[in-house]
Ligand binder design. Sequence first.
Ligand code: ADP
Length: 711
Amino acid sequence: MLVSKIKNKLPKKFYESLEFNKFRPSQEKAINAGLLEGKNMLVCSPTASGKTFVAELAGIKRILEDGGKMVYIVPLKSLASEKADEFKEKYTDFGIQTALSIGDPDSSEGWLSKYDIIVCTSEKFDSLLRHNIPWLKDVQTVIFDEIHLLNDTNRGPTLEIIITLLKRVLTNVQIIGLSATIGNPEEFADWLDAELIEDKWRPVELHQGIFHEDKLKFLKFKDDKPISKTVSDSALNVAMDTINLGKQALVFCPTKKSAEATAEKIADLINEKFNDDLSSKIMGSAGSATRQCIRLSKCVTAGTAFHHSGLLSKQKKLVENGFKDNKIKIICCTPTLAMGVNLPAFRVIMKSLKRFTGRGMDWIPVLEYHQMTGRAGRPDFGDDFGEAITLAGTEKEFKFIKEKYVEGDSEEITSKLSVEPVLRSAVLSLVASGFVIKLDDLIEFFKETFYGQQFGDDFGFRLKIEDAVSSLIDFGFMKQTDNTILPTKIGRRVSELYIYPDAAHDLIEGLNKMNTDFDNIAILHLIASNWEMYPWTNIQKKDYEWIETSVEEIMDKIVAEPPNKWDWTYTAFLKKCKTCFLMNEWIHESNEEFILDEYNVPPGELRNVISRADWLLYGASELCKLTDNLAKVNQINKIKLRVKNGIKSELIPLVRLRGIGRVRARRLYSAGFKNVLKLRTAKLDELSRIIGKAIAEKVKEQVGQKIIRES
Ligand code: ADP
């Protein structure tokens, strides 16, 4: 379809800004199905086939014509930043303001009311809804990117509740779901009340191959290709073949450890040195270069890299940009990269299609396979095709991969809302934000969820919701009189704080048990044990002994009862304790290198622990105010500051100043500038020598002193 066909349906400036003259198949189908007339859409098509632009067509048209807002919801913060940048670049000239909202979950973000496009994660939007955002009524288009994640146990329920709620409260909203290929698109579209748009068109052809018996066997398009066997690991041979072709590859590995080891082995095989610049940037990317930093920078020198959640965001960005600039030829990554930023490659190599699931090694879902293969082929770089390669050890495995993944259908999406803690959280958020006040309404609401559609006839359906209500009443988060259910003050706060009710209940019980003059380790252990901190720090065999010994030393200070050694919860208990000791190490100013060596926790993972702990400590302090624990607030707030900054208590006054973190605070303290008074009387030059001139000036201004410049 020619773009000119819809000239009259788009605002002039939007139409004139379009840089292409023909619509892609999924776009054409969506337009014909009523996209520009406000119909809900479920678009299922491969990566880079033009789905996002379907959403933009509808959303931008409505913003320009009616002044309504467009909310664009993505699964990951990194994706949200990328999308927001893209929209800013494209639409700011139209007078359209784009906001990125991924921060503090305990905020109604009043500033967003001025913006036309709001890009956020589903968790952030959920938390905004819990704060009764006044601009909700102005939302006219909501886009759910990667909507098939409704099938995901962790992310799915939040998405499902948001969609149900929006369908209910915004009668005029246009919902557009963007999805990979799924097994039950009709059922899903029916629930969304959406037109189903399915299309298989890709901007470049996808050649799927299985590496078996030293050959890349393509199942369509081309002949088998022999690959020289340099080493026994097939993934390495295929990666080296990619480099020899002058191309780039993403190697998806099942674990962080395997991603690192694979990148290092490829670097050894390349055995050349270039990229000195990039490599030194990596070395300088953390406060102090850790063992991980050194390993990454060595890989980068040879043109490979690893990429996983253990890296700092700065390091990930350097790796991503290095790949885009073709300085890095191979990235060995964990599967999250497939869902994250837009980083296509000529070849995608899937080292293993099995993953550890807690019940042993299981085959990954077909949906996940498609997500990874979606990264193959770089249309913007003129590739005619991309290759997605899996590895088969045996003939049987070859047949299995071919049938299940290459030729098989994706899984059906099923609601994951019935998991009890999840259901309780959804019930509390609906009641606490006032969307529902009658038990019957609550049941009606859940009938409208995908869960209700899929399992609504189930005898246990009503019972499950009533159970959730009664647990929340037991927790003290809700009250019921006949058919009316209302939140308590604490319940409302728990919902706003965005803590799962079960986790908040454990937190409150622990806070109640703690003495007023509690030891710091008590609150650290309470926080570390909370299941909002899941997954806890991993433990290895060698860790058992030292953790058990250390636990004995803190036993009389913490509120938890340790389980018996033969209890199935014992290992989890030790993991929680290790997380607690790790946090304690951090607030005693151990550096990241030490923590990596002693705890086997890389800097990126440490940051994750810190940010979750920081959030829970904030929650704990807020909940203390409502539960007769006011006397504990001060100490918790101090610990929170220490956890956030990784400092001993003596540095607290210094890190309160903007621009001063753990390293600068320690330098100032060691030089005798131990408090604000000392900083006020200090000479600017003296401070500049310690923390640099720009920061020294900032500090001086903050301590309320005019800068005295020395001649
Ligand atoms: P998806 O969301 O399916 O991954 P996008 O909508 O982001 O795909 O589109 C991928 C790329 O194709 C973008 O750079 C976009 O500008 C471009 N694009 C979208 N629609 C068209 C079109 N009709 N013709 C040419 N390029 C297009």
